[in-house]
Structures are given as structure tokens and as C-alpha cells.
Write a protein that binds this ligand. Sequence first.
Ligand code: XMP
Ligand code: MG
Length: 183
Amino acid sequence: MEFSDVENDLAEILLTEEEIHAKIEELARAIEADHQGEKILLVGVLRGAVMVMADLARALKVDIEMDWMAVSSYGAGTQSSGVVRILKDLDSDLTGRRVLIVEDIIDSGLTLSWLRANLESRGAKTVEICALLRKPDALKVEVDVTYIGFDIPNKFVVGYGLDYAEQYRNLRGVAVLAPHVYE
Ligand code: XMP
Ligand code: MG
């Protein structure tokens, strides 16, 4: 769906579909250059990363594999606690693999720093991170992200896989959610 289909729910448009696609092409070229001759295992983090994964995987001009994980932070509320529970684990053996975690957004960084350590402990050769969005002002732990799309303000955003109460994931671009929607 387009911004205009839900315009009353949005406070500010941040990224159009075109801007996102251009950035993903850029990221794909960088990833190809860094992994010549080595097969990459893309690990998508459900559910937010579905759109990034679908577009990044198709933008890459090399053969890749895809696998998926679903995780959830313990604790109630909207704040990440850093304690992560695996809801759906990978099907792949990571031994010796070059793993690239594909994420929609880095907020506090707690989820990804846990996830990277977890995947590294399974014997992967490398575990790198590609995230479309990052909120620098929300970071609680430094996360070494190899491929980053856009730094955005510390506001709640939806679209391109990101949801509020499972809505707006199918919005083509990324926008700041209007406060009246969740207040
Ligand atoms: P941490 O804080 O561990 O968490 O980096 C990252 C996860 O939090 C969710 N998240 C958001 N989801 N709009 C969303 O729809 C946002 O602005 C937002 N900020 C964080 C998301 O699931 C991400 O994987
Ligand atoms: Mg997510």
C-alpha cells in the first residue's frame, strides 16, 4: 500500500520505495565485493526483515542461501530487554559459513548483539550484519554493523516490513507513525 492509503496515520514520510530500492542496490554491490567466491547465508530476522530480505536477496548477483529466525525480547512493553528468546531457530548448520544477518532496524542494538554472539557460538566463519535502518540516538550497546542503509531519528516508524500491532508492514515506504494511533 501507498502512503496516501493511510496518510491520516502517518506523521512524516521518511523514505520512499525508490530511495529504499536504490540503497539496497548499493548495499548489494558492497556485499558482493566483500564475499567474492564465498557463498553467503542470509539470515533474516522475522518478521520485520521480510521485505529487506526479499529485495536484498534479489538485488544480489551471486548465488546465496536464505534462512530465518524468529526471536523475541523477554519482558513487557516496547523496550528491548536484551534477554532474547528464540521462537523459531535456523534450519542450517553454520559451521564454517559466512553468515549475514539481515535486519529491518537497529534500535537499542540489544537484540542484534545477542543474536550475533549466538550465531558466532555455532561455529560460523564470519557473522556480519546488514540493517536497513538504525536509530543512533536509541543505541544502548555498540553494534558493529557492516552494512547500514539509513540512520533515522529516534521515532517509531512503520512500513517496509515494520509494524505497529501487525499493521502497516505492507506500506511500500517508511514513515513515522502519528502519535494519535498509539496514544
Ligand atoms: P533492539 O532495541 O533490540 O530492537 O535493537 C530492535 C527491534 O525492535 C523493533 N523496533 C521497531 N519496530 N518500528 C517498528 O515497527 C520502530 O520504530 C522500531 N524500533 C524498534 C524491531 O522489531 C527491531 O527488530
Ligand atoms: Mg525486527
